[in-house]
Design a binder for this molecule. Structure first.
Ligand code: PHE
Length: 489
């Protein structure tokens, strides 16, 4: 509509002198007219020249007077023909209206002001209101009015921008649609010869390039750096490439009784197919059964009937300690060598998902096996390990795991949260676990485990685990977040 108006106007006229006037005469929206002018100018249908003008707009106070009348007029109208006492009049009016109105009305010589106020003139004209309405309707006010209204802060200046417009070198009464692409159809039909093509804009920024983004759990300084820390401390990585594990390695080998609540389907994902494991080392299975049922090596055992069927059940491993039990068993099959092992991989728990829990997450586990290790060695190695993650300040709290004794939860003081945060679990593996495997009597295994998500969340300042991992991951966050370094505060 605006485009047609401009192009057809120019068809047999020299210029549009003022886009503002042009728009208001035709009832067009000036902003829209300006947009069309800019676009037509870009394609050189027209030449446009800026014009700037100072205009006036009503202030909020100005707007109220344009509707309700000026204070002086409101006051004038409130005075009955016989006059009124000052107190009476004051009661009838808003205090500001009374104040401004009385001084302006006196200036206009409309009133006799005293204790008794009466009209001096029969009629008064509300020039202030009338001029305000005119300004509101876009009429240019007279200099004298501008001065008066400006001092009364009823109007404020506004820089108005518009254009004067003439025909340009590509002028046509109607815009030709330019082609942006040369299509196969254009070639086949041969109409490409008559097409006018839009010029290339070599300055356009183009589509932002999309690249892949590393997930925080994979980023250099979290998982990779943890690996480096273990390697620097002389640890070997254990093979963790089996998410599916038998209950035997996940629980029974760890001296976890078969009635333990963690072995319930409410806590563990059991497999439907294949539902059971095919192979277990039979002589070792016998020794595990024995230790559960009647004990040995100085232990009384649990005194219950151990069931092979329960041990055969396949599950998604609930902790990486399942990997550790396999490794220690393997280690025991040869003549003993001290070892340091670690793993970082995924585990699964049938858990109600909330802001700190997921049904699958990652565990970091470290263990040292050697002759004659003590709780002091465990505490020492934990200090060494966690200080490399930037956690210097540790505390330990007695805990319980079926496979460790003693067991300790690990806490670290978080400077940001100003409190002690639980960061891991640890202990010395029980003889009930190690001896049936065939490890020598004086061999002790100290071990600890923690989640990979916890330190990552702390490092990246993420407070909802679902933003970090799983199907609700915030992809924007993965793209934006920087590489964080462990141990750098
Ligand atoms: N397996 C334990 C857990 O899942 C962690 C742990 C590992 C505890 C090794 C002690 C020793 O929380």
């Amino acid at each position: 509509m605006e485009e047609e108006a401009i192009l057809s106007y120019l068809e047999n006229r020299e210029e549009i002198a003022d886009s503002g006037q042009f728009a208001s005469e035709r009832g067009l929206d000036h902003d829209k007219v300006v947009n069309v002018i800019k676009s037509l100018h870009g394609y050189r249908y027209i030449d446009a020249q800026d014009i700037k003008r100072e205009t006036w707009v009503l202030t909020e106070e100005g707007h109220t007077y344009a509707v309700a009348g000026s204070p002086e007029m409101q006051l004038f109208l409130a005075i009955p023909p016989e006059g009124i006492s000052r107190e009476e009049l004051q009661k009838k009016l808003d205090p500001t209206i009374f104040k401004i109105g009385s001084s302006q009305a006196a200036k206009n010589k409309w009133l006799d002001m005293g204790k008794h106020i009466s009209r001096k003139v029969q009629h008064a004209e509300d020039r202030v209101k009338n001029v305000l309405i005119e300004i509101k309707d876009g009429k240019a006010p007279e200099a004298e009015d501008v001065k008066a209204l400006k001092t009364r802060k009823l109007i404020a200046p506004l820089i108005w921008k518009g254009y004067s417009v003439r025909k340009g070198p590509n002028y046509a009464p109607k815009r030709k649609k330019v082609a942006t692409d040369l299509t196969r159809e254009n070639m086949q039909r041969g109409d490409w010869k008559d097409l006018e093509f839009k010029e290339y804009n070599f300055c356009a920024k183009g589509q932002p390039a999309e690249g892949g983004h590393l997930h925080p759990l994979l980023k250099e300084r979290v998982r990779q750096q943890l690996k480096m820390i273990f390697l620097q401390m002389g640890f070997e990585e254990m093979p963790t490439n089996n998410f599916v594990e038998s209950s035997f390695w996940n629980f029974d080998a760890l001296f976890q009784p078969q009635q333990h609540p963690a072995r319930d389907s409410h806590d563990t994902f059991f497999l439907q197919a294949p539902s059971t494991t095919k192979q277990l080392p039979e002589d070792y299975v016998e020794r595990v059964k024995e230790i559960h049922e009647s004990g040995g090596y100085g232990s009384r055992g649990y005194a219950y009937e151990w069931k092979r069927d329960e041990a055969n059940k396949n599950l998604l491993r609930t902790h990486t300690t399942a990997v550790s039990s396999r490794m220690l068993y393997l280690l025991a099959q040869n003549s003993f060598l001290p070892k340091r092992y670690f793993s970082i991989d995924r585990v699964f728990r049938n858990e109600a998902v909330d802001r700190t829990h997921l049904a699958e997450f990652h565990q970091i586990e470290g263990l040292v096996c050697d002759r004659g290790l003590t709780l002091g060695d465990l505490i020492g190695v934990l200090h060494d390990f966690f200080s490399r993650l930037g956690m210097e300040n540790l505390r330990f709290k007695p805990a319980y795991n079926p496979y460790t004794e003693p067991s300790m939860e690990i806490f670290s003081y978080h400077e940001g949260f100003k409190k002690w945060v639980e960061i891991g679990n640890s202990g010395i593996f029980r003889p009930e676990m190690l001896r049936p495997m065939g490890l020598p009597e004086d061999v002790r295994v100290i071990a600890w485990g923690l989640s990979l998500e916890r330190p990552t969340m702390i490092l990246y300042g993420i407070d909802n685990i679902r933003d970090l991992f799983g199907h609700k991951v915030d992809l924007g966050l993965i793209k934006r977040n920087p590489i964080c370094r462990l141990g750098v505060k």
